[in-house]
Every structure is written in structure tokens, then in C-alpha cells.
Write a protein that binds this ligand. Sequence first.
Ligand code: SF4
Ligand code: SF4
Ligand code: SF4
Length: 335
Amino acid sequence: MADKIKIALYWGGTCGGCDVAVLDIDENILDVAAMADIVFWPIAMDFKVSDVEAMEDGEITCTIYNGVIRNTENLHMAKLLRQKSALMVAFGSCACFGGIPGLANVTDKKGIMEKVYRDTISTDNPDFVTPQPVIEVPEGTLTLPDLYDTVTCVDDHVDVDYFVPGCPPTTNLIMTFLGAVAAFVNEGTPLPPKGTVIASDKTLCDECPREKKEKMLTRIYRPHEIEIDREECILDQGVICLGPATRAGCEAKCINANMPCRGCMGPTAAVQDQGGSMLAALTSILNITDHEHELSEEDIFEIVSQVKDPLGTFYRFSMPKSLLKRSVTEKSGGK
Ligand code: SF4
Ligand code: SF4
Ligand code: SF4
């Protein structure tokens, strides 16, 4: 019988959905059990950090890291697991390009603390007591991870071999990746080139079955404002769908549910900035690009202001890896 590979799974700053996606692979879990021993998985099994520290460098075949680098513990674990692993994988939109937690880059540590511990209507905290990274109590010193001002991704700090995007990645992508690692370890089948994104190189539009007429738009609708036709391109119907700026490989999950794509697979290799790319596509079909000289600034503002929540629409999953990266804030006490 072939040797089992050793897998570690870790969640950084994250919702936990990527861990659940690994649990949720149905009968494929039997294939995983046959090919892999799980040697660290805080959400599901009682391993300790000291177990990882005691391992040889490179002993873990593959660490699957989901979530962002939000605090000092996330970074410490990313560095430790990198040291102990032959392969490091950024798993899920958060790990690959920031995901939903990356939207916190509109503020900083001070802003988060103020909002959560003082400025919400349900908070009664007149002395503005907040969690402290170090506190002395009679029993000794207690510590907590400290938040950074800016959300970053695991490859901003350590070498990452592969990227598996999606919020969360689909079972197909998970099994494709794990199968490739097992085939490499047991049969010597070459792995994809380092840095490969385990998904399609096409855009979602390239794989979308809907009829595209590439209409010019006069109005933008939010999904609840119209009844979306199930056959026609959603963008053609005036609802913003990020398919033109998003990597394929999710099996068009949202499109099949008659909802627009929000971009969780991130940009293709040809696109540097997913939000900028979608904004360019939108200005073109809103007839702004070719008529810019005929439109006043007010006209353009009026057209574009139909997009509610532009940041959350265009950069919902990719802000930390976008050209914007974060909004400018006064420097606070964080890092
Ligand atoms: S990619 Fe999505 S499912 Fe995975 S941790 Fe981030 S928010 Fe959760
Ligand atoms: S914009 Fe959306 S609905 Fe239209 S073709 Fe692309 S993915 Fe499909
Ligand atoms: S359709 Fe878009 S948002 Fe939905 S799963 Fe696919 S890439 Fe993600």
C-alpha cells in the first residue's frame, strides 16, 4: 500500500467555512482517509502547537492554510507550518487574496476596537475596556494575539507553493489538489509548477452557459429589484455580475442559482486588479468609455452612483491584493 501523505490544516483570520468545506466532501472523505494522515487540524482534532513544534522541518507533506493574517498568532503559525511543511497551500479566497475579512482594510485596529467595544448600539462599555495582548493576574501573565492594522495574505509573509481559490473551494478543486499531491508522493507524478492557481485559467463568462448579447445598459439593478431571467446573461439584464473579471472553476455555482457572481474565485492571471477590471467592463457597457467627452462629471457621477457599495461590489474578495490594498488611515498604535 502506498505511503500516506501527512496533511496539516490551519485557520488564520477566517469564518471557518473553508474548514467545513474540507469536512463536507461527502464520500470523498474516504479517499482522503486512504491517502492522508491528518497531523494538525485545530478545528476538528486535539493536536497542540507543541506537537507541530516537535516535528522535523519539512515533515508535513502539505499544509492547507485558510484565512488571512489578521493577528500575531496567525503569522506565527504561518511561519511555523511553513518551516515544518514540504508544501504550503493558500486555501480559499481569504488566504489567496484577502476575501471578506480583507474588507476590514477600510479601517485599522483602532477603528475596529472602537466599533466593536464602544460604538455599537448594544455596547455598554463607558470605560472603553478592550482586550489587551498582555495582562498580569495573580496567577501569572495572560496573553492574547494582537491585531495588525492591515489584513494581509499568507504569501505576503511566507513562501506559498499553490493557491486553491473559492469561498470556499469546491469539492472538485479540493480533490484535484489532494489527488495531485498524493500522486506526486506515491508515484512521482510531477506537481504543477510552483505558484499555480488550482482552477481554470478562463474567466467565468467563458464557461457560463447563459446567452450573452452584450447589451448597452441604461440602468443598474440590485438582484432583488428585478426578476432575473434564467437563460439570459445576468449582466445584460443590468445586474452587476463579476463573471468578466473572475476566474472560472467554481462550476458557476451562483449563476446556476440565478444569482450574480460576486468574484470569490478572484482574478485570472491576465488581470492585475479584479475590481478595476470589472469597473472598466462596466463603464464600457454603461456607454461611458466611448462617450466620456460628451458627458459632464455630474452625468458620469449619476450613472456610476447607481452602484451601491462600490467597494463591496468590486473588491468584495480581493482588496488586500488589489492595487488599493487598504484605505489610508491615521497611523494607530497597531502594526
Ligand atoms: S474563503 Fe470564504 S469560506 Fe473560506 S474562510 Fe474565507 S470567508 Fe470563509
Ligand atoms: S456576466 Fe455573469 S451571467 Fe453574464 S456571461 Fe458572465 S458569468 Fe454569465
Ligand atoms: S459564481 Fe462567482 S461568487 Fe459564485 S462561487 Fe463562482 S466565483 Fe464565487
